[in-house]
Design a protein around this ligand. Structure first.
Ligand code: WT7
Length: 655
């Protein structure tokens, strides 16, 4: 594109100030949220969130904003009642926006598209709510959802929300075992699925995994509701299985919604802990919808005519908060895409639908960097005005590439920090208000009390690193772990009295801006020095031959831990040349210092990633420490570890 310079300036040639992104004055003037919000929220946090809650439609208004008399069990908007699905659909239709497109759905294969208006969505959700009622689903019952990225998954979620039946969406890439354990843990009597889905143009099956999972759960599951997506043959149990088109399509589009208590459970989202069984994160209705809708509106500076696209799968929390509930509560128009990131396809979609706000993960950005800028450069991306990043720290090199190649140096980037547990974004720049620094998520949002503390829970102050904690409750916070209050307390609230411990390390720079350093368990201690895996990964990725890097701290007799790195080279770098390992070690030394110089670097073809794109450092640590590689069942591709082990020793260098 013409306004972009042909080549990305090498990051190391830019000064700190040159890397900063100062929002243009027009953006500041038009921003939904102004600078004053920070001080206003500090002065009266509860009043601030009450104002955010006013953006929703309530049946009965609350009589107390926050009940925090029994920490860590928070209650928000106590006494209030509302219906999440009414807030996401009915009210937009009532306001005269029924013809506005809610979802531009883009399927695989690519000629399969659907545009769904808010009025159509309301009808579908009402029909599905009636059908679920006929299948025996009542308020409070749990419903498991195991589906591909098709509009029916959103309809199913909202229908559950309408009935007050908490859903648990299980990512379609998870195994039958994973589905079974989640169905069992939350005792779901109904599972909603599809015959299959499309991945890279080919049909894959889902129903067989459901059959297997249901088998494992004894007689728990009474009905399986099946959307026909691919038309493939499926095994059928007449007593249990029901086609979606048989019971939903013909159902009445009239459904009188009940108003639910603000603290009524909305959904359970399972997330893996470091060990043991997955944790069922419980989110409730009023606070969650307040937190997600407010942050979607403020962080993405949402305007009426925006076309928003969050690339996350609905099976993860990002898909819940920033594809389903946040954008729909705000009446936004969004893109929903069934496929996975393939060369050029995303940019084609941005061009075709004139996407203005784009929200994705650093891992995707680095994948695209690897493909080279010629790919996105072939498309018209001028509709974009705002870019978001989520899920892991974004290394400055990827940030700069995103800003320049995708954003044409005109789009602010919001690097958003949050967790399944937090429900909503808590740390992010506000477009037009906060400057951007590549690699920093910048500041806690208004109304959010973030701190960085040392082992004794004392604030570390500017210029120092420590643990990321949250000092005050926030509306979309998890309420507990499903059925396990004790584990909830132990996991998040036991390290320091009254503080929520996020599990992340962070540092405050001289300006007080926040730099996330990765999970604390990924922070290494080398000869008594604290080193961040992320920082070293950034250094490696800033080398022109490196596409992706993962660093682990491996046990070392002399230094406690030693830095071990795994790198994927860029396509253009070939095999990197005979001295690649030494070259990279020197590069890290130059970027950070001798202490950070990796003991070992392995050039590998792939990195082990979970289906959400997170690198599983635990497995790399096994390789680095010459152990049998542990459980690989949550890897997106379980053969990756064989490829990496095959390389062991071949590219290692040790002093
Ligand atoms: C962990 C939460 C948030 C939805 C997707 C992941 C890391 C998340 C960032 C960011 C640095 C980030 C943290 C956090 N993380 N966003 N912008 N910068 N780190 O949700 O699976 O619950 O993971 O992801 O380590 O604790 P999740």
């Amino acid at each position: 594109m013409s306004e972009q310079s042909p080549k990305s300036p090498a990051l190391s040639n830019l000064s700190r100030e040159e890397r900063r992104f100062e929002p243009p004055a027009e953006l500041a003037a038009a921003a939904n949220v102004k600078e004053e919000a920070y001080a206003r929220a500090d002065a009266d946090r509860e009043a601030f969130w009450a104002e955010a809650a006013e953006r929703l439609d309530w049946g009965t208004k609350w009589d107390q904003v926050l009940d925090w008399t029994d920490p860590p069990f928070a209650k928000w908007f106590v006494g209030g009642t509302l219906n999440a699905s009414v807030n996401c659909v009915d009210r937009h239709v009532a306001a005269g926006n029924g013809d506005k497109v809610a979802i531009h759905w883009v399927g695989e294969p690519d000629d399969d598209t659907r545009d769904i208006t808010y009025a159509q969505l309301k009808d579908e959700v009402s029909k599905a709510a009636n059908a679920l009622t006929d299948l025996g689903v009542q308020k409070g019952d749990r419903v498991a959802i195991y589906m591909p990225m098709i509009p029916e998954v959103v309809v199913a979620m909202l229908a559950c929300a309408r009935l007050g039946a908490p859903h648990t969406v299980v990512f379609g890439g998870f195994s039958a075992d994973a589905l079974a354990s989640r169905v069992t843990d939350c005792e779901a009597h109904v599972v909603i699925t599809s015959d299959g889905g499309y991945r890279r143009g080919a049909a894959s099956a889902l129903k067989p995994a459901v059959d297997e999972a249901v088998e494992k759960t004894g007689d728990l599951v009474r009905h399986v509701l099946v959307v026909r997506r691919t038309g493939q043959d499926v095994a059928w149990d007449d007593a249990r299985d029901v086609w979606w088109h048989d019971v939903v399509d013909g159902a009445s589009a009239e459904h009188e919604p009940e108003m639910h208590d603000s603290e009524h459970p909305l959904y359970v989202m399972y997330t893996s802990g470091t060990t043991g069984k997955p944790k069922g994160i419980l989110h409730t209705t009023g606070g969650y919808l307040t937190g997600t809708s407010y942050t979607h509106w403020s962080v993405f500076d949402l305007k009426d005519d925006d076309v928003y696209w969050c690339t996350a799968d609905v099976g993860w929390v990002t898909g819940h908060s920033y594809m389903a509930y946040g954008p729909l509560a705000n009446g936004a128009t969004q893109v929903m895409y069934e496929g996975t990131p393939e060369k050029g396809r995303w940019w084609q979609i941005i061009q075709d639908y004139k996407v203005s706000i784009f929200y994705t993960a650093p891992t995707a950005i680095r994948t695209f960097m690897k493909q080279g800028r010629e790919v996105p450069d072939a498309y018209d991306l001028s509709s974009l005005r705002l870019l978001g990043s989520v899920g892991e720290p974004i290394n400055p090199e990827a940030y700069m590439w995103y800003r320049e190649v995708i954003g044409g140096e005109r789009c602010p980037i919001v690097d958003t920090w949050w967790q399944t547990e937090t429900g909503q974004i808590l740390i992010s720049p506000l477009p037009g208000v906060t400057a951007g620094k590549p690699g920093s998520a910048m500041k806690a949002l208004p109304g959010v009390a973030i701190d960085v503390v040392n082992d004794d829970a004392e604030s570390v102050g500017n210029g120092n690193g420590g643990y990321l904690v949250i000092r005050e409750p926030w509306p979309a916070m998890l309420r507990t772990l499903w059925g396990d209050d004790q584990r909830f307390k132990d996991t998040y609230w036991s390290r320091w009295e009254g503080l929520y411990f996020a599990g992340d390390g962070a540092k405050l720079d001289e300006d007080g801006d926040i730099w996330l350093l990765g999970r604390v368990d990924d922070v290494m201690n080398v000869s008594g020095h604290r080193l961040s895996t992320t920082e070293i990964e950034s250094a490696l990725v800033s080398h022109p031959k490196v596409a992706e890097a993962a660093v682990v701290g491996a046990a070392d007799e002399t230094t406690g831990q030693a830095v071990c790195a795994f790198v994927i080279l860029r396509e253009a770098a070939g095999d990197g040349g005979p001295d690649i390992v030494e070259e990279l070690r020197k590069h890290v030394q130059k970027e950070i210092g001798a202490i950070a110089k990796p003991r070992q670097i392995m050039v590998v073809p792939e990195l082990p990633k979970t289906r959400s794109g997170k690198i599983m450092r635990r497995l790399l640590k096994d390789v680095a420490e010459h152990r049998e590689v542990g459980d690989v069942t949550t890897l997106a591709d379980s053969t990756v570890m064989d490829l990496i082990k095959g390389k062991e020793g071949s590219a290692a260098s040790e002093d």
